[in-house]
Design a protein around this ligand. Structure first.
Ligand SMILES: NC(=O)C1=CN([C@@H]2O[C@H](COP(=O)(O)OP(=O)(O)OC[C@H]3O[C@@H](n4cnc5c(N)ncnc54)[C@H](O)[C@@H]3O)[C@@H](O)[C@H]2O)[C@@H](O)CC1
Ligand SMILES: [K+]
Length: 528
């Protein structure tokens, strides 16, 4: 599990650590670790002298970059060209002195040039020089903003970023500058890093939807006490703000049956999905549930899709009966015409499931049936909207979200998923290229974010497969946060495994699940 701590928790941990250590020691640890990574990324070709350019902001993030350049000069036994481009009128003076001592060239890009918009700005010689260096740099260090940064960048920095050559390896110091360190706001101006070197622990920006801006992540140990060592009895333990389940967690979380298990102890999934018009969704959800290893799958629906499921998934049983968790809503028309008796009966079946005390996964049309939290206060609930469905749900139920649209959800996914989780007292799995699993805020549980699927997986029916998969895990007794995040991981990996590097249809994702689960379980055995 990758765990990330909030900026406030990191700052508190830094203060605790600094109180025990000599002045400047934490920054030295950070900068030394950073310099080691940079040294490892220098080109092997020794015919030209490698050039490392650091973009340096006015805070401690800039200090890290300056000290890293200074250490790099010592660390690499061969001659290097090192350039620090100052992007702020504030300076980390100590870092600057260290860089000067190490004969780093200092270019003050804030000096000279006429005022006005960036296009109109008459470039200073210093800025011209910085732009030239960035165009040919082997490694560029982004030390403009760290965890003190707000989203967005000054024009000068944007101009400098545009000058970075296509072949440069861009390493973000702690976080990519311009990107929200808390990962709440996705998109907008900011650095796209090939690699990020962070200190002490991961921050939310590294695991939430902003993770794609960070590239490969290295965490340098600087001795912060942030709950990494669960065995020790420190009083200063804090909970992570965000988590990501990874391949090595599958064995611990996946419900592997034992010799004493039978189909009921493994979990019966009931699927109330589809209708006479939408017959594909039930087939996909039921197939996924069977392939995920449900003890039994029960389909509830009208004759058309029932016939199809009977023909294609002989393992499924039909009609009402014993169930341990429900999947409600894929392909369900929540508002059938008054003359559509079969459609109305299907809505009734969905409502009965929602009114039960059993765990429920609520997807697609099922979301349209929710007017508030489920009747049974303790009933575990996992809602699985995509951004458009979440916007529609909140715009309908939350006066503060009136007029909410898909685009706003995409920019602030956590804010709106959290809002729905609070309002409906449910865990919200928000589907997208990053899938968020957001428990109700009152639970105090960390948000999870998974980004395991290739873009090819964003295809019609893919969500119906995810619903069947997560429903199976709910029926096996997993809580909604584990069920949702594990299902998202396995769904994404199965989509890759089904056809690495190419298109994949939803049914193939479902059919790949048994082999993907086996592979991930075997991997744990190998690692263990
Ligand atoms: N506190 C510590 O002991 C350690 C801190 N470290 C480094 O220190 C960093 C945090 O340093 P700081 O707290 O000085 O913060 P930053 O270096 O992130 O700089 C924040 C400054 O930039 C300004 N600013 C924020 N957003 C801006 C924007 N969008 N455009 C223009 N200016 C903006 C702020 O007003 C503030 O003055 C960490 O990310 C890490 O790199 C590391 O050296 C490890 C140890
Ligand atoms: K940075």
């Amino acid at each position: 599990m990758i765990q990330a701590w909030s900026v406030d928790d990191v700052r508190a941990a830094e203060e605790r650590a600094m109180a025990q250590l000599p002045d400047g020691e934490l920054m030295q640890r950070a900068a030394t670790g950073l310099a080691q990574v940079v040294a490892a990324r220098l080109p092997d070709d020794t015919s030209t002298q490698p050039l490392v350019v650091a973009l340096v902001g006015g805070g401690n993030n800039g200090g890290d970059a300056l000290w890293a350049l200074a250490h790099l000069a010592d660390l690499v036994g061969e001659p290097l060209d090192l350039v620090a481009v100052l992007t702020s009128e504030h300076r980390h003076e100590e870092g600057l002195r260290a860089a000067r001592r190490a004969e780093v060239e200092i270019v003050d890009a804030t000096r000279g040039g006429s005022k006005g918009g960036s296009k109109a700005r008459r470039r200073s010689k210093a800025l011209d020089h910085a732009v030239e260096a960035l165009a040919v740099a082997d490694v560029v260090l982004d030390g403009v903003l760290g965890i003190g940064g707000r989203p967005g960048l000054p024009d000068l920095v944007t101009e400098l970023l545009e000058a970075i050559g296509a072949d440069a390896h861009v390493i973000a110091v702690d976080v990519p500058s311009g990107v929200d360190p808390m990962g709440e706001i996705v998109g907008g101006a900011g650095v796209f890093a090939d690699e990020t070197v962070t200190f002490g622990c991961a921050k939310p920006v590294h695991v939430l939807g902003t993770a794609s801006r960070c590239g490969m992540l290295t965490v340098v140990d600087i001795g912060l006490d942030l709950g990494r060592d669960h065995a020790s009895a420190s009083a200063a333990r804090t909970a992570p703000a965000a988590e990501r389940v990874d391949h090595d967690d599958v064995a611990a979380l996946w419900p592997v049956p034992g010799p004493e298990d039978d189909k009921y102890s493994r979990g019966v999934v009931g699927v109330v999905a589809g209708g006479e018009v939408y017959t594909g969704a039930p087939l996909l959800s039921v197939t996924a549930a069977v392939c995920a290893g449900a003890g039994m799958v029960r389909y509830v629906g009208p004759p058309g899709p029932t016939q199809l499921v009977r023909a294609e998934v002989p393992e499924a049983v039909h009609g009402t009966g014993r169930v341990q968790a429900w999947v409600v809503g894929p392909g369900l028309d929540a508002h059938p015409h008054s003359w559509d008796q079969l459609g109305l009966a299907q809505v009734e079946a969905a409502r009965r499931a929602l009114d039960s005390e059993l765990p429920c996964l609520v997807d697609a049309g099922g979301l349209d049936l929710l007017d508030g939290p489920r009747t049974h206060a303790g009933a575990r609930t996992l809602l699985t909207p995509h951004a458009g469905e979440l916007a529609r749900l909140l715009a309908r139920l939350d006066p503060e979200a009136s007029g909410l649209d898909r685009e706003r959800v995409v920019v602030e996914p956590l804010r709106w998923a959290r809002r729905a989780a609070d309002l409906l007292r449910a865990t919200v799995l928000l589907k997208g290229s990053t899938t968020y699993v957001v428990p109700p805020p009152a639970s105090g549980l960390a948000v999870r974010a998974q980004a395991d699927a290739p873009a090819w997986a964003g295809t019609a029916g893919s969500g119906d497969v995810l619903a069947g998969l997560a429903g199976t895990l709910l029926a096996a007794g997993l809580d909604p946060v584990d069920a949702g995040s594990l299902a998202a991981l396995v769904h994404g990996v199965a989509a890759h495994d089904a056809n690495p590097g190419g298109p994949v249809r939803a049914l193939e994702i479902a059919q790949q699940v048994p082999r993907t689960v086996a592979r991930l379980l075997a991997r744990a055995a190998e690692v263990g």
